[in-house]
Design a protein. Structure first.
Lengths: 117, 115
């Protein structure tokens, strides 16, 4: 069965702390994504990675960085957490998606609800 | 640029009645379209997708969606709603003709099915 796991379901941190959110997938997917979900705004893409050590900025990368040292693992880093980063963070993965015959749907983890005080 | 609009924040329907959750999209090329569902305190689950071919797409849990190119819409439908269908539904799009690998999601529509 397809599986994406995230290291924590709930996390509470203080302003200024460095925060690591970990995501692991067991499907040998090339693409991995980090989104944040806020009420009324849907999901917004923070960063994604299409290969080990490769990354691209999404729509809202400010205040975040990422790391992908192994194919199965994609980490989101908040260098100095701020209260406006309180949100639900969702990790997803998908196949590379070459051509219309490739499966393109993204598989999501359960999410990490981060509160920054 | 690619974008998705879900015009309704919430849809209320009685159990047993048909339901429709609306989605319109904007892309410069041809779209890949998706519907996902999110149950409370869970991640998103894939429901169905349109890539090419038949405009009526059938998915999980009895849901279907109709791709309408002229109206740039991809509405989610189900003939008979269940209370257990109550959840948050997201439409998403990816433009086939751009290099962007990520999906763009709508703001979500909360479906409430009353017994």
């Amino acid at each position: 069965d397809v599986k994406v796991t995230q290291s924590s379901r709930y996390l509470v941190k203080r302003t200024g702390e460095k925060v690591f959110l970990e995501c692991v997938q067991d499907m040998d997917h090339e693409n991995m994504f980090w989104y944040r979900q806020d009420p009324g705004l849907g999901l917004r893409l923070i960063y994604f990675s299409y290969d080990v050590k490769m990354k691209e900025k999404g729509d809202i990368p400010e205040g975040y960085s990422v790391s992908r040292e192994k194919k199965e693992r994609f980490s989101l880093i908040l260098e100095s957490a701020s209260t406006n980063q309180t949100s639900m963070y969702l990790c997803a993965s998908s196949l590379l998606g070459r051509g219309t015959s490739a499966s393109l749907e993204q598989f999501f983890g359960p999410g990490t609800r981060l509160t920054v005080l | 640029a690619q974008s998705v609009a879900q015009p309704e924040d919430q849809v209320n329907v009685a159990e047993g009645n048909p339901l429709t959750v609306k989605c319109t999209y904007s892309v410069s090329g041809n779209p890949y379209l998706f519907w996902y569902v999110q149950y409370p305190n869970r991640g998103l689950q894939f429901l169905l997708k349109y890539i090419t071919g038949d405009n009526l797409v059938k998915g999980s849990y009895g849901f279907e969606a109709e791709f309408n190119k002229s109206q740039t819409s991809f509405h989610l439908k189900k003939p008979s709603a269940l209370v257990s269908d109550s959840a948050l539904y997201f439409c998403a799009v990816r433009d086939m003709n751009t290099g962007r690998r990520a999906l763009t999601f709508g703001s979500g529509t909360r479906l409430q099915v009353q017994p």
